[in-house]
Design a binder for this molecule. Structure first.
Ligand code: FES
Length: 59
């Protein structure tokens, strides 16, 4: 993935880490991504981005 960007600034979680967790663990919701990676668990500002990534990966 050449578009590796930091999605969650609070916890410094990269897009690649989120994509990997979604694929490896079959995550379906932003809540599950939060549990798996901690992304989205502080200010919540990145949750819309996480939802976009979920759509991208899960179709
Ligand atoms: S930017 Fe992800 S929780 Fe704040």
């Amino acid at each position: 993935m050449n578009e590796d960007i930091e999605i969650c600034q609070c916890n410094a979680i990269l897009k690649s880490e989120i994509v990997k967790a979604i694929k490896e663990k079959g995550l379906k919701t932003a809540d599950e991504v939060g549990e798996a990676t901690t992304a989205g668990t502080v200010c919540g500002g990145c949750i819309p981005d996480i939802e976009e990534i979920l759509k991208e990966v899960n179709g």
